[in-house]
Design a protein around this ligand. Structure first.
Ligand SMILES: NC(=O)c1ccc[n+]([C@@H]2O[C@H](COP(=O)([O-])OP(=O)(O)OC[C@H]3O[C@@H](n4cnc5c(N)ncnc54)[C@H](O)[C@@H]3O)[C@@H](O)[C@H]2O)c1
Length: 464
């Protein structure tokens, strides 16, 4: 697989998009029909999975609904996860795939299997980069869960391996495809907010019941993510999970495509939430051995990013205190602002909104569609009904669809190795900033200058 072919593919599809959009207006070049379900037997995409725990099986569930794929291999070190997946595959009427489960490096045997085009990686964080790099080296597209990398060296590994092999990696950031997020992206592209000045986002999700499961147990003997996720809070004071928030803002601000992250400073609060949870949990208490643990992570970690085009972005990581879920989105430009999440979606546009008053984006003027209906993204208009059954309110359909379609058409995915590197770099850079007394840290230019010429590609395609 040659690098040039992917670049050429991306250029061709971008050119044809630009041509089509010039004729029909931005975002309206949508052909009717669900092309993703029409692959002939010969062009079925041969998919494999590494890590089929909670998240891997939710990807599997989406993939098994498609008619244009085969599932040829699955790998997990946990036989129960393999068995559950085989059941799903059988129920969906697919042929039994090969399974790999012997050791933590059994995935390398999977990668040696020839009939695999794309691999979805949904393992614990420390495996993401290594597995994605090995996929690319084996000539197979990698679709990697978030975050994609833990260290700056890993960020560079993703970029360098992509450039050396020409085989793409896609960061599977599903929130970029959330319906309200894509409607706001559409508003940004249609200049509703004018030139952007500021963005805000975060991962504010009370994960205490995920980090300890059951009771106050984590590590060996625990369930699900408590087996591995919790240790990061023990050793790292950083924004450990930046991409759900920053991915959407990055697509709106054209990061790596006309803009880039320049630097950040990060601040962390004291760490109280996890300790308090152990003290007050029926299975814990002051005498429980876990009550002696000194957690490294600050409960609320706040980073401020500067971009090359002069915007700032505030990113918050907040997973250890009692609170309702929020990704805390705010997008602000010279004409107005939106502040939105699942529980509130408001907008203020100068000249349109009543002075100094928010409008509800779920509503519109008397007899008119609401803001969200008016700016509903063409991809949601096209696939929304179909997507409804997939995970997280439908957005998971879109992220998996984008990956499969990119593999099928042999083009660059819309979220690539450079995005994976720039977004994931927030973790190690925030860690260093906090450790060095909130000093500024500089993002490397992962694109090596190409951001100046790269054009936006995300969700600017008729199908994905
Ligand atoms: N995008 C989203 O909305 C979303 C949601 C949940 C989780 N995630 C991400 O997905 C990833 C997986 O999370 P999860 O909730 O499924 O965790 P999980 O613990 O339920 O599953 C991880 C699986 O990987 C397996 N595994 C571990 N090491 C392995 C190895 N070396 N080789 C093969 N398999 C291995 C485990 O046995 C387990 O089955 C994480 O990165 C998480 O952050 C993303």
């Amino acid at each position: 697989m040659k690098k040039e072919s992917h670049h050429a593919g991306a250029d061709v599809s971008r050119r044809s998009f630009i041509k089509a959009s010039a004729l029909t207006g931005l975002g309206l070049a949508v052909a009717p029909g669900l092309t993703f379900a029409k692959g002939s037997k010969e062009d079925k995409v041969r998919m494999a999975f590494i890590g089929v725990g909670g998240r891997g099986r939710s990807h599997l569930n989406n993939i098994l609904k498609r008619e244009d794929v085969l599932v040829t291999a699955i790998c997990d070190i946990d036989q129960t996860a393999i068995d559950k997946s085989l059941n799903m595959i059988k129920k969906a009427g697919f042929k039994k795939p090969n399974t790999f489960t012997e050791s933590e490096t059994a995935y390398l045997d999977l990668l040696a299997q020839e009939d695999i085009d794309g691999v979805i990686i949904a393992t614990p964080w420390v495996w993401h980069t290594k597995m994605a790099v090995d996929c690319m080296k084996a000539g197979k597209y990698a679709g990697v869960e978030v975050s994609a990398a833990n260290t700056m060296a890993e960020c560079w590994d993703l970029v360098n391996t992509y450039e050396e092999t020409g085989v793409p990696t896609m960061i599977l950031e599903n929130v970029c495809y959330r319906r309200d997020v894509m409607a706001v992206l559409n508003m940004v592209r249609q200049d509703v907010f004018g030139e952007l000045v500021h963005g805000r986002c975060g991962y504010r999700h009370d994960l205490r019941g995920v980090k300890f499961n059951p009771g106050v147990t984590f590590g060996e003997g625990a369930n699900g993510e408590a087996r591995w996720r919790t240790q990061h809070s023990l050793h790292r004071n950083a924004d450990l999970y930046p991409t759900h928030g920053v991915g959407p803002i990055a697509t709106m601000m054209n990061i790596n495509r006309g803009n880039r992250f320049l630097s950040l400073t990060s601040h962390a609060t004291k760490s109280r939430g996890l300790h308090d949870y152990i003290l007050n949990n029926a299975a814990g208490g002051p005498d429980h051995p876990n009550a002696k643990i000194k957690w490294k992570i600050g409960d609320v970690v706040t980073s401020t990013i500067n971009t090359a085009n002069g915007e700032t972005i505030i990113v918050t990581h907040d997973t250890n205190l009692p609170r309702p879920y929020s990704l805390n989105f705010e997008v602000q430009g010279v004409k107005g602002i939106t502040d939105f999440d699942y529980d509130h979606r408001r907008i203020y546009i100068e000249g349109t909104s009543k002075p100094h008053s928010w409008e509800n984006m779920n509503e519109g003027a008397e007899g008119s569609p609401s803001w969200l209906e008016k700016y509903d993204h063409p991809l949601w208009k096209k696939y929304g009904e179909y997507a409804a059954g997939s995970g997280h309110g439908g957005m998971d359909f879109f992220v998996d669809n984008a990956f499969v379609e990119s593999v099928k058409r042999k083009v660059n995915p819309p979220l690539d190795a450079y995005d994976a590197a720039a977004w994931s770099a927030i973790s190690p850079l925030s860690e260093r900033s906090i450790a060095e007394g909130n000093t500024p840290q500089y993002f490397p230019d992962f694109t090596r200058g190409k951001w100046i010429w790269n054009k936006p590609v995300f969700a600017l395609n008729d199908d994905f």
